[in-house]
Design a binder for this molecule. Sequence first.
Ligand code: ATP
Length: 224
Amino acid sequence: MSLIIESLNHQIIDGNKTRNLLSNIDLSVSQGECVALMGDSGSGKTTLLNLIAGLEPIQQGSIKVADLQLGQATEKALSELRKKQIGIIFQQYNLLSSLSVRDNIEFSARLAGRYDPLICNKLVNQLDIFSLLDHYPATLSGGEMQRVAIARALCAQPHLLLADEPTGNLDEHNGACVVTLLVELAKRQNTALLLVTHSVNVAQKMDKIYHLAKGKLSLVKGAF
Ligand SMILES: Nc1ncnc2c1ncn2[C@@H]1O[C@H](COP(=O)(O)OP(=O)(O)OP(=O)(O)O)[C@@H](O)[C@H]1O
């Protein structure tokens, strides 16, 4: 299993009271499995991804990624995990502005110790960003940045890929192509994919769909 979440609870401060954002969440994603996470805006999807990436401290319950218990891990171990095992496609892309598209893509793969020019070149062609390789992020459109962020994450061949609205800036056709490619590559690389989306069409391409509402996670498509 690439990801195992058990009895996860997470509270936030809302005004002058606390709110249970995540209540007793259980979720497992195995290698090569593609899972969609849906839910209204503000339901806690991004917070859940941040907890899985070790970017926010776990308050109660457990999250295990690639055999590492995040709640007991040191900052160094969490940082190593993010470098080597977890790929993240952030809502805001988080491309490094001082690096060209080519260097952005290669950087994560080299950090993970998995830079393979053949894999990178193939991804660049599949995502149709070859002509952008010498450009800098500031000169790209939202959709182009999104495709570069996807190439960067996949080029590092992560164990677990977390994608927050990876098609939010793409039109319906390009969004569908990118998701088909994400699923195909996750299966081929044996990567576990957890993808946040508001699009039912995108979610339908996944093996399972979970819905987050009022802190509870429920399975709406897939094996029980
Ligand atoms: N550290 C924090 N302290 C207080 N409130 C927080 C904190 N982090 C998130 N929140 C609140 O938690 C709620 C869930 O936020 P989150 O970004 O996880 O939602 P989301 O489901 O990803 O929404 P969207 O679909 O709009 O991206 C929001 O109301 C947000 O303001």
